[in-house]
Design a protein around this ligand. Structure first.
Ligand SMILES: Nc1ncnc2c1ncn2[C@@H]1O[C@H](COP(=O)(O)OP(=O)(O)OP(=O)(O)O)[C@@H](O)[C@H]1O
Ligand SMILES: O=P(O)(O)OC[C@H]1O[C@H](OP(=O)(O)OP(=O)(O)O)[C@H](O)[C@@H]1O
Ligand SMILES: [Mg+2]
Length: 283
């Protein structure tokens, strides 16, 4: 049987979540910091631990069949790969930022200015689209420091909380790209049965993350009001309690409107509400 290869980041922002996702998919492998390749013992898969910048090209060229990497890196490397699954972590934005007190007010004020970035390809395309002619200074890291050192007038770098910009006296100015981690594959691999199996596992883990399992007690006279609030996967499970006139309701609730739903359930008479994490949801 053939063995697939998946490339993930060796260390950095995406490493931990990528390893966690693969483990939650039931894949069993060692994760020693020193090993750059790790076989999965219960699935025909090997994990390659790489610098994130190299992952898109490894996948495009077929050295790895799959990869987990940020969309920012995919766009910067201009590769031709298949997006198999958005993963919902590593969310950040590539932004233009300027020193706090600065005369730049509109994109056209960037004409003739210099901009430091680790993303010259994405930035060049963005500036061309907006008819701005600026000098792009490519540096490989610590981009936020460059205006303070007199190296550039502005920067273009990744932002999530904005803390790094703030502590370097910079203000976000324009959004260039929104990004999150994505599972990519070599073009044409989408229909491989092993890939379909793996993506199905990934989706069941992601689906479970978006929902909570809830058990609550309700007086039977209030059951219809509770059912109306709860779709469940098909419909809620209702089990009679030992105490006459009461029932337990089992259901799943989406994480995104969890607290408002809980408040609605309490208002409709729910008591003893127990909330549990879900490991996987297989449809
Ligand atoms: N502040 C952030 N919040 C959320 N996600 C981020 C943040 N910064 C970066 N990312 C995402 O995580 C990816 C990896 O970021 P990291 O800083 O670890 O990269 P790196 O320093 O280039 O690592 P490597 O050593 O693998 O080249 C980025 O390409 C981006 O998709
Ligand atoms: O908006 P914030 O939450 O402050 O995050 C933004 C910072 O995160 C990333 O760097 P990272 O910390 O991953 O370090 P690196 O530059 O060494 O990759 C990015 O390059 C920014 O510097
Ligand atoms: Mg990198």
């Amino acid at each position: 049987m053939k063995t697939l290869k998946i490339a993930i980041q060796k260390s950095g922002r995406l490493n931990e979540k990528s390893v966690e996702l693969l483990k939650n998919c039931g894949l069993s492998f060692e994760n020693y910091k020193s090993s750059l390749i790790s076989p999965v013992s219960n699935f025909p898969l090997e994990i390659l631990f790489l610098r994130d910048d190299d992952i898109p090209e490894y996948v495009q060229d077929g050295i790895a069949d799959l990869g987990i990497v940020g969309e920012n890196v995919i766009n910067e490397t201009e590769v031709d790969v298949a997006y198999l699954q958005m993963l919902g972590f590593g969310k950040c934005s590539l932004k233009l930022a300027i020193p706090n007190q600065c005369s730049i007010k509109t994109l056209s004020d960037l004409n003739g200015k210099s901009i430091a970035t680790s993303y010259p390809v994405i930035l060049r395309k963005f500036l061309e689209k907006n008819f701005v002619q600026a000098d792009i200074r490519t540096i490989s890291g610590s981009v936020e420091i460059s205006p303070g050192l007199g190296l550039s007038d502005a920067i273009c770098d990744l932002v999530s909380t904005g803390g790094t910009l703030k502590s370097n006296g910079l203000t976000p100015f324009a959004d260039v790209l929104h990004s999150e981690a994505v599972m990519i594959g070599r073009k044409g691999i989408e229909n491989d049965p092993l890939i379909i199996e793996l993506i199905q596992r990934v989706q069941s883990v992601l689906r479970a993350k978006e929902t909570k399992y809830v058990v609550l007690n309700i007086e039977e006279k209030n059951l219809d009001a509770i059912k109306a609030l709860l779709p469940g996967i098909k419909s809620p499970t209702v089990v009679p309690l030992a105490e006459k006139g009461w029932a337990a309701v089992h259901t799943v609730i989406p994480e995104k409107d969890f607290w408002s739903k809980i408040n609605e359930l309490k208002a409709a008479g729910a008591q003893g509400i127990v909330v549990m994490p879900i490991e996987k949801i297989i449809l």
